[in-house]
Design a protein around this ligand. Structure first.
Ligand code: ATP
Ligand code: MG
Length: 403
């Protein structure tokens, strides 16, 4: 089988492959890029596999960077482009279920393809676009099936992360997991407990954002993989309810985590703890907390000016979009107009500063000042006070006299 139209990403890299071949070695495109080209989907990174050893690659190309030479990977810089070139290798004796004890460089493409996780990821393509398919990966692509290369039990035993990868491909590609592969996941799910959280998180994130997350969540729950993912053990039922929400794809991570965590009904501090367990960034945690807060408010009624001010436009629009998953209409334009119509969008835009207030009242700074600014801000945001220095000072004086 030959790919009739070769995507640009490959044509651009063709000279690199030819250069390796001119030195007497084999070189192929491998992995996700070949799979995605055959599926006519956008291609991310073009990976190259070769019979040349890393030192040989470094001899061939003037500009290289050692990015993972112990695994056989050298980065080759070619004009503006860069390519990861990895020596054919086999991996043996995964005694800790997560990384090979030894990586052995080999000269055989077949050996290299054999160690790859799924048949659809074990395809190679030469520079002319001929597909090398040693494990019936093309057939599985056609049938939309995720099947381990070789014996699935052995393969998951070698590297338990592959189970999460299988599930995420089910979501991303909207494929089915083949029966024996699935029952091996069922059998070995607990080995996920040995895998670094960061690696599980990468796959789970992709699973959540995939085209058919339900197709992955159901086996994720049924095989009990979720029990060995951070913080999810008590939440089988919540996960199930989450999978039952409308299945439309969500391509923004903070939004999909928001839906998941809202379904789990965690308190604000539990949300933080849970996402920390997943080792997500503080920025992400903040974004999710904001969105859960906003979503709960919005599901209970209309936006208040103060909510829009507190959340900011991006978070408010995210929340508005998520209403769809609860059978409600998103009013994106209205929310945008409301937000843009706020008297201020930031405390810095108030017509008085803390220093103005200190000078006006001739008082020492203290708790009163923060509270006063808060009152002024809230009055301005809620259109109870005009953002004008004189008016604000009159308002402030009234407030002080009230005390
Ligand atoms: P994506 O489009 O998300 O990058 P991908 O298939 O390219 O998907 P990568 O993680 O980039 O995934 O890995 C590149 C290739 O390396 C895979 O297609 C597969 O052949 C192989 N591979 C990656 N991880 C594993 C693993 N844990 N076990 C076996 N093979 C793997
Ligand atoms: Mg890739």
């Amino acid at each position: 089988m030959k790919l009739d139209t070769i995507p640009d990403e490959f044509t651009k890299a063709a000279s690199v492959l030819k250069e390796i071949q001119d030195h007497g070695f084999e070189a192929y495109f491998v992995g996700g890029s070949v799979r995605d080209a055959l599926l006519k989907q956008p291609i991310h990174d073009v990976d190259i596999a070769t019979s040349a050893y890393p030192e040989e690659i470094k001899h061939i190309f003037p500009r290289t960077i050692d990015v993972g030479i112990e695994h056989g990977t050298v980065l080759v810089l070619d004009g503006e482009e860069q390519y990861e070139i990895t020596t054919f290798r086999t991996e043996s004796a995964y005694q800790d279920f997560r990384r090979p004890d030894t990586v052995t460089f080999v000269r055989s493409l077949k050996e290299d393809l054999k160690r790859r996780d799924f048949t659809i990821n074990a395809l190679a393509m030469d520079v002319e676009g001929n597909i090398i398919d040693l494990f019936e990966g093309m057939n599985d692509l056609d049938q939309q099936i995720i099947r381990a290369v070789g014996n699935p039990k052995e393969r998951f035993h070698e590297d338990a992360l592959r189970m999460m990868r299988g599930l995420r491909f089910a979501s991303q590609l909207d494929f089915k997991i083949e029966e024996n592969t699935l029952s091996a996941i069922q059998e070995f799910h607990s080995l996920l407990g040995k895998i670094a959280v960061e690696r599980i998180a990468v796959e789970f994130n992709k699973l959540l954002m995939g085209k058919n997350r339900r197709a992955a969540l159901l086996p994720f729950i049924e095989t009990e993989c979720y029990q060995y993912c951070p913080g999810l053990r008590p939440f089988g039922e919540a996960l199930f309810n989450f999978s039952d929400l409308p299945n439309q794809q969500i391509e923004i991570d903070s939004e999909v985590w928001t839906l998941l965590l809202r379904t789990m009904q965690l308190s604000e501090s539990e949300v933080r703890g849970f996402l920390k367990e997943w080792k997500l960034s503080n920025q992400m945690i903040h974004a999710v907390q904001q969105r859960i807060y906003g979503l709960n408010k919005r599901l209970a009624g209309e936006w208040q000016a103060q909510d829009l001010f507190d959340l900011g436009l991006d978070a408010a629009l995210s929340v508005e979009k998520l209403l769809f998953y609860y059978g409600q209409k998103s009013k994106l334009e209205e929310v945008r107009d409301c937000y843009l119509g706020l008297a201020i969008h930031d405390r810095k835009q108030l017509a008085v500063t803390g220093n103005d207030l200190l000078a006006y009242f001739d008082k020492k700074p203290g708790k009163w000042l923060g509270e006063m600014i808060e009152m002024i801000e809230s009055a301005v945001v809620n259109d109870k006070l005009v953002n004008d220095k004189e008016m604000i000072l009159i308002f402030a004086k009234e407030m002080i006299n009230k005390e």
